[in-house]
Design a protein around this ligand. Structure first.
Ligand code: SF4
Ligand code: SF4
Length: 507
């Protein structure tokens, strides 16, 4: 059993109390390094033991804890609230799988717009590289869904079962009516949150208001049931039980972050130069004269850590950069009347070269970071420009390969085309057909001999059209022509689409 899981360590530990266990035989401190999992059996055995052991993290207050709360509230307000916002009489954000459309406020995206999704993924990847190079796993500590839901579930757990010591005692007690009641209350609340999360998740793929009614009358479709239950169970399992094991053993980001951080990355770091040799002491003594560093070895930084690690062993791949140990250590330093920041967000170089925080911040802008910023800005600009200038009118031409061209009564040569028309705008549009590229060409719809087509808002249509030319006007063979559609004035700013194709004149 590791020290932080030993119930004797669970009792409140005051630095003053720790001071009664002075131990001058402090082991030599080793410089921080990122520890990686190794494949030898003792390490595997330890990892398996760690997975099985439950971590009882102590609650903490402080500036970073407040930031975590703010980000939990903000991210969840967006996640739970967004599907309920309406825009132009429909859900503002909706991946309508049945209609194969993605509504994003004023934009309607089609499967053909998947390139924007690809660019968005590239942008996210570069942002992750940039933020990791600058400040380690900030995303993990404050905005990752695993951290956010674990934080919410742990908040419920604390409210129902109490803080660390109470939870350890409750788990050690034999089963009783009281224990069943407390555990059942906790799980009911967890399941309600998980169920709400699952329902909200599918509300991004089907209109959430209708979904609410369907859920109320238990008339959801089989896939809707599947995804709601799947997402709810995943939330319950990941945030309620797996928790730090996801960050430690399942998250790929934890594994490759070590190649993205360097000696200048701003990460949660224990200042070993200041802190060592660690050891308990009385507040009244001059610890420097006694040959001690600033760390009173109270173990509070371990007790508050959601992944159960000791940051004093150096930066570890399991550290999610949440800053809980920074908050609690600052409180200990306050009580001892020492300077805050024994554990702080800083870089390895700053600790070794005793740099000030402003010097550390200046070093953040190193060549690698500048390259990431430049690339990210370029891609972001191109993305915004492409979205802003994106046409909302599209046309694909499908040739009828069975009958390329034929002569019809009236001395005309006729070719038939099918136009796949798409109106991605929020307003209906009336389009006028046109054809260019050779003398004597005319175009109309195949059925009604009309020259105009009406497309409803955010809709598509397959329109057969015929292009004709008087016989003898063109040489036999294939001729390059251009089909065009123009929107009329009443459909807003003029839009037109030109598409090249070929006109066939038989022998
Ligand atoms: S680093 Fe701070 S919180 Fe951790 S044991 Fe030392 S004094 Fe306590
Ligand atoms: S070591 Fe500190 S920053 Fe890292 S996960 Fe633990 S409490 Fe959070």
């Amino acid at each position: 059993m590791s020290s932080e899981q030993d119930p004797s360590n669970a009792l409140p530990t005051q630095p003053e109390a720790a001071g009664k266990q002075d131990n001058p035989e402090v082991p030599a401190w080793r410089p921080p390094k990122i520890t990686k999992p190794r494949g030898s059996s003792p390490h595997v055995e330890k990892a398996l033991t760690d997975v099985r052991s439950k971590i009882y993290s102590r609650s903490v207050t402080g500036i970073f804890a407040r930031w975590r709360v703010i980000l939990v509230v903000l991210t969840q307000a967006i996640f739970y609230g967004l599907p309920w916002i309406n825009w132009n009489g429909r859900q503002a954000v909706l991946f309508d799988l049945a209609e194969r459309k993605f509504y994003l406020f004023g934009m309607v995206m089609w499967p053909q717009d998947v390139i924007y999704l690809a660019v968005l993924l590239v942008l996210s990847a570069f942002s992750l590289f940039l933020f990791t190079a600058m400040a380690g796993r900030l995303f993990c500590g404050y905005a990752c869904p695993q951290t956010v839901y674990t934080e919410i579930f742990m908040w419920v757990e604390r409210k129902v079962e109490g803080d660390r010591v109470a939870r350890i005692r409750l788990d050690e007690q034999p089963w009783s009516l009281r224990k069943v009641r407390i555990k059942a209350t906790k799980h009911i609340l967890w399941i309600l949150i998980a169920w709400w999360t699952g329902s909200t998740f599918i509300g991004y793929f089907a209109p959430i208001r209708e979904l609410g009614m369907d859920l109320f009358t238990l008339s959801l479709g089989p896939w809707q049931w599947f995804w709601m239950v799947f997402y709810a169970v995943a939330t319950w399992g990941n945030a309620g039980f797996l928790r730090e094991a996801v960050c430690k053993y399942m998250c790929p980001y934890a594994r490759f972050q070590s190649v993205m951080v360097d000696h200048d990355t701003f990460v949660v770091t224990y200042d070993h130069v200041r802190g060592e040799p660690r050891g308990g002491r009385s507040r009244k003594i001059d610890h420097k004269e006694a040959g001690l560093g600033d760390c009173v070895d109270c173990s509070l930084c371990v007790q508050v850590c959601p992944t159960g690690i000791d940051i004093r062993d150096g930066l570890q791949y399991m550290c999610i950069g949440c800053g809980a140990c920074v908050d609690v250590c600052d409180q200990v330093m306050d009580k001892m009347n020492y300077d805050k920041g024994l554990i702080r967000y800083t870089s390895g170089r700053a600790i070794e070269e005793r740099m000030t925080q402003s010097q550390v911040r200046k070093r953040m802008l190193r060549p690698r970071v500048i390259v990431y910023i430049a690339l990210l800005s370029l891609i972001a600009l191109a993305f915004v420009y492409s979205l802003a200038t994106r046409t909302t009118l599209r046309m694909d031409i499908i040739r009828d390969r069975g009958v390329l061209g034929r002569e019809i009564p009236g001395g005309l040569i006729e070719n038939v085309y099918r136009l796949q028309m798409m109106n991605a705008a929020e307003e209906p549009v009336t389009l006028t057909l046109g054809v260019e590229g050779a003398p004597g060409l005319s175009i109309s719809t195949a059925q009604g001999e009309e020259k105009s087509i009406r497309l409803e808002a955010a809709s598509n249509a397959l329109v057969p059209v015929v292009v004709r030319v008087p016989a003898g006007e063109l040489e036999p063979g294939l001729h390059d022509i251009v089909l065009r559609v123009d929107s009329d004035e009443s459909s807003g700013p003029g839009r037109k689409v030109l598409e090249k194709t070929r006109f066939y004149v038989p022998q």
